[in-house]
Design a protein around this ligand. Sequence first.
Ligand code: HAM
Length: 421
Amino acid sequence: MAESIQAIRGMNDIVPESTLYWQYIEDVLREIARNYGYQEIRFPIIEHTELFERSIGVVTDIVSKEMYTFVDRNGDSLTLRPEGTVGCVRAGIQQGILHNQVRRLWYLGPMFRHERPQKGRYRQFHQFGVETFGLPGPDIDAEHIFMINRLWNILGINDQIVLQINSLGTKETRVLYRDDLVIYFKKNINELDEDSKRRLNTNPLRILDSKNPNMQSVILHAPKMPDYLDEESKIHFDKLKCLLDAAQIHYEINPRLVRGLDYYCCTVYEWIAEKLGAQNALCAGGRYDDLVAQLGGKATPAAGFALGLERLAEIVTAQKTIESTPDVYLITVGEIARQRGLLLAEQLRDKLPKLCIITSCSSGGFKTQFKHADKSGAKVALILGDKEIEQNIITVKYLREDKPQVSLKFSEVIKLLEKFD
Ligand code: HAM
């Protein structure tokens, strides 16, 4: 036997039993997006490498070590998208749909990061993302948080998730903060691990994100971002907090929340689900008011978030049971019945388009087909054999209810099945 080829490490198949949960979640997400007046945008999975380098930042983990980058047959450097915001902005600028207007957009699809795979961290994963353009105030940050909060409520998982918020201020205040952080960490260099020593020269804010228990004390006493905020960012953050309070959305302020992408400014947030273990960030976002101009568009304020579908599916799967069973299973006995059966199923589908009807399509005998019907979870089996064809009837056998089987005319069968519609 030939050796079977396995999927790439960190890239998952999603089998039918699991897609039921994904479809349920995706339906809820689409409905929420529609409720809030967001429109779907689709953009390519591959972009020019430079796009991500210019926006996410060359010193970030994503760009410096996690991108799937390759040279194509034309000699161009291309990259599988590691996230959606940047492609969305690129598409928005190119299509001329951002300038001088308000846009509320969403997308859903696969993203790729060459991270070390572990539970909840994959190399191909899926994000549902929302990006809004043209609104500078904190109300749109609040609207995004309300949307996500509504999602948790609909899924019944709100008690498992905590919202952390922070403000990163403007680019200018971040430079001041960064300088002071570097001075502080240089003074305490002996307490830093190797990774953080490296980051001191590249991305010192990310040191605050370190999970190393030996570094928690030095991080705790480091200068804090809120002390550096400019007046405008402070007012923006205060207004956002008031809106969240008014909506009774509970949040924690985490002054160490800096995010792993360079394009953020002002509001940032993460929704954490402790239950997920080490990879516990379920959803994250914030403002990126400079990005559109940075990528060649006219300056446009912007904000958004993205949530990881693998992580959300894990929580929802543990929370509820979703099964999909057919309504009707059609059993046919004999060659003539087999042909008629296929046509009968078509007629039933014409009359009852919402029902799930499975035809056995099997040359197996009655017993085998009946076993399949029962295993399928169908509510009823319809039986078509020589006797039924001769008398122009269909036999109905209830598979989940304790009722005697009946033989009915087509019109009577329709009436009976209408209640499953
Ligand atoms: P992010 O924090 O990099 O932000 O990713 C958002 C979410 O994607 C995470 O909270 C997590 O649930 C999921 N995620 C990220 N990496 C992985 C992985 N390797 N495996 C499984 N799930 C993962 C962004 O991507 C920003 N674009 C969010 C945003 C949109 N900000 C503004 N607009």
